[in-house]
Every structure is written in C-alpha cells, then in structure tokens.
Design a protein. Structure first.
Length: 233
C-alpha cells in the first residue's frame, strides 16, 4: 500500500494529476479542461490564445518570467481588446541580465504595474481557460509557466499547444530554399510581410505571432484543400 501511495505521488509530481493540494484557481482551470477538443473540430470554431513570455534569460532552470502577454483569436480575427498583460518584479540576482537589452524591461521600474506570481498565474489560467495555446517556439514559454505553476503548488498547463515554427516548417521544409535556422519570428515575419513593430515586447510578439498564425493557417488550408480541423495540426 505504501508503495502504491509513493507511486501516485511520483506520478502526480510529473503529470500534475490527482494532487489534493492544488490551489482552487488551478482546480477550476482543470475542470474547464476536462474534455480536450475533438480531432474533427474545425480550427476556426475553437478558442485560440496566443501567448508570449519575456524572461530574465533562456536558462529554464535558473531564469524567471518578467512579463506575460496574451491575445485572443476568433476565427480570422485578432481581438486587441481581449488582451492579457502582466508584469512580475525582477527577482534578486537577475537585474543585471543581458536580456534587458533585448526586451527592454527595466528591472523593477515604476513604469510597470506588478502583480505577485500566484495572482499572475490565477489570472492567466482564467484567461486561457480551455483555449488552444499558440506561440512561436512556444515550448520555452510553456515550460517557464509550468515551472511557475509548480513553485506555487499547481500542476502544469494541459491545453493543446501549437508552435507556429512547426507549422512554418510543414509548409516550407528546410532544404535548399529554406536554411535550417530560418524559422525565427523575425525571418518568418519578413517572409510573410508582417511588420515587426513592438518586437520583443510580450504583446508585440503576440500580435506578430497571431498574424503569422492566420497566414500559415490560410496556406495550410490551401495545401490540404479543405477547412482545417484539429487533426490537421
């Protein structure tokens, strides 16, 4: 019996399942995600949230989130009104990071309104709900969010996640015409003629990624010859 309990605890640690100590806001989120979208659902009918995180650096184990942005996409429309934006104080020891020169977030500047990490996470999960999460190289952002969730006694994100860089590779595989490293957001924005204004801000990158998402969906639908369903992604 003791061995079974130990196994259940170990499984909960890695899957985020069955934890009696989850915060209420995370329990509510998991209940909303009890049923994943069916493979036959039209992508145009599904709620989509584009996410982007600005961080102190690229070390998943050591660095932390500074800002998280989100935008909703309804069908072929990007809703600028339904935005998510939240800032966290720069943790001690991270205020001298070279990433500041990229995203321009001045450590603990009075120009931002800050929230505590649990508040950011609770608000984020309420905002995301059961939407499909989209982002560019989104695996990094999701991992940063999951580590924040773990620090605050919650399980991981369980939404379906789609990376626009992977979609771009399906449409134009690496080879003679497309170099292996030519799938950055900057390169794809130039390729698809998307303005790069507000680059390296969370909401700015969300908007660029959302436009890229719509352009890639259009091209993939033409390539496949039918309206896209979840199973196509």
């Amino acid at each position: 019996m003791e061995g079974k309990e130990w196994l259940n605890k170990l499984r909960a640690r890695f899957t985020g399942a069955g934890n009696d100590d989850w915060p209420d806001w995370y329990r509510t989120y998991r209940q909303r995600n009890a049923t994943p979208p069916a493979p036959s659902r039209l992508v145009s009918e599904l709620p989509i949230v584009v996410l982007d995180a600005e961080t102190t650096g690229l070390d998943i184990r050591q660095d932390r989130m500074l800002c998280l942005g989100g935008l909703r996409v309804h069908g072929n429309s990007i809703s600028l009104r339904e935005k998510f934006e939240a800032y966290l104080h720069t943790p001690p020891g991270h205020d001298g990071k070279p990433a500041v020169s990229i995203h321009g977030i001045i450590p603990n500047s009075h120009r931002y309104t800050y929230v505590k990490e649990p508040k950011l996470l609770a608000d984020l999960l309420e905002y995301v709900g059961d939407a499909v999460i989209v982002g560019h190289h989104i695996g990094f952002d999701v991992e940063m969010i999951n580590r924040s969730l773990q620090r605050n006694g919650a399980g991981p994100l369980v939404n379906r996640v789609i990376d626009t860089s992977n979609l771009a590779k399906r449409l134009r595989p690496a080879g003679y015409w497309t170099p292996e490293n030519d799938y950055s957001l900057d390169a794809l924005a130039r390729r698809y003629r998307i303005p790069l204004s507000d680059r390296h801000t969370a909401l700015g990158d969300c908007y660029i990624t959302a436009v890229l998402w719509l352009k890639l969906l259009t091209r993939l639908a033409v390539k496949l010859g039918h309206d896209l369903r979840m199973e196509d992604l």
